[in-house]
Design a binder for this molecule. Structure first.
Ligand SMILES: Nc1ncnc2c1ncn2[C@@H]1O[C@H](COP(=O)(O)OP(=O)(O)OP(=O)(O)O)[C@@H](O)[C@H]1O
Length: 278
């Protein structure tokens, strides 16, 4: 397929998608096209189906209805070029796996395999991914001994090493301090700019990534809205979505939400135990 044709197809194409567990419908009638290089934030309260949406894109969860393709391929297939960054959580201190081994896992397995021919090429790719996240200095240390921010940079490198066309991020900034939140989100943004990778970024808190976000998918209680941050993160739209009065204030380039919202959507997020990429 020519480069021109590859550029033309959407990174993610969701048509009439629905997902229900038993009698509970998380979302239905979801149509969404994400273009290469686009940054989409996925927001919503606990249990609204953000992680389930990522699982669908990873091929780990079947839709109840509708269809999804990633760069023209079905989710989870050997050809789907998807990188995944999980929630930050501390790795076992005794873990002796080195950073280079962790990043190399991003090239293994059939789900995201790339069919590399030589060991030298593999080493080159792993080295380049580690360098791109500024982790070269500690890449040969056991990962269990590294700080949370250093570990998260290596997870970003692991997600990038297979040259993904779509990068799925599940609350990748959780537990990081502000400086590291900034560093990790800058890395993700740099990738989509340099390689035209589409980014789908699940988060409870839009402010750390607000300057990068092109569009928002906001899920609440079986309803959703898709649009530019200013359109979706407005008093009118969120009041409609939550079915109660919500006030959105924009101060100093940040979005603050007042009213019933705090009790509805700023609970501690759940930590998902599945190691979906490892
Ligand atoms: N396999 C499953 N079977 C039944 N129910 C499920 C399954 N997976 C998820 N759910 C339910 O679907 C709902 C949405 O879960 P999901 O993890 O997608 O939410 P979320 O928006 O990511 O939440 P959080 O912000 O808390 O991480 C939850 O109520 C969850 O219990």
């Amino acid at each position: 397929m020519s480069a021109v044709l590859q550029e033309a197809r959407p990174a993610v194409d969701v048509r009439g998608a629905s997902l229900a567990f038993g009698r509970r419908t998380l979302w239905s009638g979801l149509d969404l096209t994400v273009e290469p290089g686009e940054f989409l934030a996925v927001l919503g309260p606990n249990g609204s189906g953000k992680t389930s949406f990522l699982k669908v894109l990873l091929g780990l969860q079947q839709l109840s209805g509708g269809q999804v393709t990633l760069a023209g391929h079905k989710p989870g297939g050997v050809n789907s070029k998807v990188g995944y960054i999980p929630q930050q959580r501390a790795m076992d201190e005794g873990l002796t796996l080195r950073g280079t081994d962790l990043v190399g896992l991003g090239l293994d397995g059939h789900r995201w395999g790339t069919g590399l021919r030589t060991r030298a090429e593999r080493r080159r790719k792993v080295g380049a991914a580690i360098e791109s996240v500024g982790a070269t200095r500690y890449a040969n240390e056991p990962v269990g001994k590294l700080s949370g921010g250093e570990q998260q940079r290596l997870r970003v490198a692991q997600a990038l090493v297979g040259d993904p066309e779509v990068l799925l991020c599940d609350e990748p900034l959780l537990s990081l301090d502000l400086a590291h939140q900034r560093a990790v989100s800058d890395l993700i943004d740099a990738r989509r700019r340099s390689a035209n990778t589409a980014v789908l970024f699940v988060t409870h808190e839009i402010n750390p990534i607000l300057s990068y976000v092109d569009r928002v998918l906001y899920l609440v209680n079986g309803q959703f809205r898709i649009g530019k941050p200013d359109e979706v993160m407005s008093s009118e739209t969120l009041s409609e979505l939550y079915g109660t009065k919500i006030q959105v204030l924009k101060v100093g380039g940040q979005i603050h939400i007042a009213g019933a919202h705090s009790s509805l959507c700023e609970d501690e997020p759940h930590h998902h135990e599945e190691a979906m990429s490892e």
